[in-house]
Ligand binder design. Sequence first.
Ligand SMILES: [Zn+2]
Length: 356
Amino acid sequence: MSLRLGLVTDPLFELHAQPGHPERPERLRAARDELAASGLLPAFTPLLPRPASREELLRAHEAPHVDRVAALTAGPPRMLDADTYSNEHTWQAALQAAGGVADLAVAALRGELDRGLALVRPPGHHATPDATMGFCVFNNVAVAARAAQAAALVAAPAGAAPPRVAIVDFDVHHGNGTQDIFAADPSVLFVSLHQYPLWPGTGWYTEAGEGPGRGATLNVPLPPGAGDRAARAAWARLVLPALRRFRPELLLVSAGWDAHWRDPLAQLRYSLTGQAWLCRELALAADELCAGRLVIALEGGYDTEVLAHGVANAARALAGRDEIVDPLGDGGAGQEDAAALLDRVEAFMANDADEP
Ligand SMILES: [Zn+2]
């Protein structure tokens, strides 16, 4: 089977910059260079990103947020919040990051592509309905999920339910913005594997969604040092069963490589091999559940060598290749025992998650 793979990236994403900030253009450059060096680029069809429309942004964000970002980014370089900077290219880059992921999601759901990889900046998963946060301006994956749903509904009979979209977030930080956007939405399953405790402080397993969305949020708050073994156990015991129960029609991934043992911002201590294994499992789950429809979008990851190899391994997983490249090893990987935590999450999701 020959997969039709789409790649969204653009030099514009490297113009959003602030000297000395960890969320820097070199991240994207390193990833793209490694894709080229490892011969993976020919497998992907490049898609030029286009700016997300205001209508698309407003499916995930409140109007005052969009207006505030537009106003602030029109001025000189500044901080939009404690951690998120802007310069003269930020507005256009943020629009194209959201538009690019949205195009891949729509194309995958329509069957025009099988799978997509979005190497975009600024990242998105901390951006909430009404605020920038944690290096994120617009929530790219959330805009994409809603764009795919809207595109499907255009062709559906009146009153049809939107297609079910699952978002799996394996960035080391909790995807609080994505969780907030979909908390009450039963048509989008949000799953986050992250270090806890860690900034932003949310993502405990009792956060399971609200109202009609109760049970459609799954948080797996892994202890520092948990490492690959915990990720594999969490996948097998919690994440894959949740995906199978939800039966998504499209799978989106918020992919951050900052859970690697060498990342400067966190201590979850995955290896590149563990992260690549997760990407392959996600591809297999997409094959099993939603005709392979899978889009992986870049979030965090602040060691450029880790990010470069991690993205290349993700591209291999999308292309259905078994090879994993891990020149960094496991770093004496942390193996903090997460079994007790997983027991508690499993019991909660089985017994209490649907209770308001
Ligand atoms: Zn992160």
